[in-house]
Design a protein around this ligand. Structure first.
Ligand code: AMP
Length: 223
């Protein structure tokens, strides 16, 4: 089972993705998290990527594409949930070429829709758990509001991502996401157009619903 998930930062993509991942016991391959791991570990790739990430820009394709394709290839047999990649039309095409070449079947593509202003407010409230980045915590969403300064799932310490508190960086990330010509929405449309022909299901979710209602809609469609 292989799934792609699209959604602007702040759309609940991590939360919904974690559900799909759990249901099918998939590897969660998250490009942003891979970069953060490299940065934390002080690797050469991490050092190259850091400046772009802090500015809210895309890390160049010559670093990102091989890094993600490499992780995909080493994923185990249950399959993967790919999150944060592709983020541009070029990455969408390169990924499709790689999947076709390796004979890897795509089963679902999920797109979460959310207006840009709503997404921005949600990002500013987001908090990261030290134990698991997919434990949902957001100061501005009642259903997942942390208790004090600790994770509501496991009690782990919470931190803010530096790029989550910088309005300019958020705008830049959203400029990339909502760009329908070359950006992430264009990448999503690339897969939407392919879906019927290539035999995978394209699922669209309304990101303004409650976490539970989105979850229900998603689970009913993942069969
Ligand atoms: P995320 O955790 O998905 O918000 O990603 C954090 C940052 O990592 C992004 O703002 C980009 O700088 C970088 N990044 C993540 N995925 C990609 C990608 N597919 N292409 C280029 N840069 C990426």
């Amino acid at each position: 089972m292989n799934i792609l998930i699209f959604g602007p930062n702040g759309s609940g993509k991590g939360t919904q993705g974690a559900l799909a991942k759990k249901k099918f016991e998939l590897d969660h391959i998250e490009s942003g998290a891979i970069f953060r791991k490299h940065i934390g570990g002080g690797t050469e790739l991490g050092m190259k990527a850091k400046a772009f990430i802090e500015k809210g820009e895309l890390v160049p394709d010559d670093i990102t594409i091989p890094m993600v394709l490499d992780v995909l290839q080493s994923s185990d047999e249950n399959g993967w949930l790919l999150d944060g990649f592709p983020r541009s039309i070029v990455q969408a095409q390169k990924l499709w070429e790689a999947l076709e070449k390796d004979g890897v079947k795509l089963d679902y593509v999920i797109e979460i829709l959310l207006p840009r202003e709503v997404a921005k407010n949600r990002i500013m409230g987001r908090r990261l758990c030290e134990n698991d980045p997919n434990h949902p915590n957001n100061k501005f969403i009642d259903a997942i509001k942390p208790e004090g300064d600790v994770c509501r799932v496991c009690g782990g310490a919470l931190t803010e991502r530096a790029d989550d508190q910088d309005g300019d960086a958020i705008n830049k990330r959203h400029d990339i996401y909502y760009d329908e010509t070359t950006g992430t929405v264009a990448a999503a449309y690339f897969y939407k157009d392919l879906a019927a022909k290539a035999g995978f299901k394209y699922i669209t979710l309304d990101g303004e619903g409650t976490i539970d209602s989105i979850k229900e809609t998603l689970m009913a469609q993942l069969v």
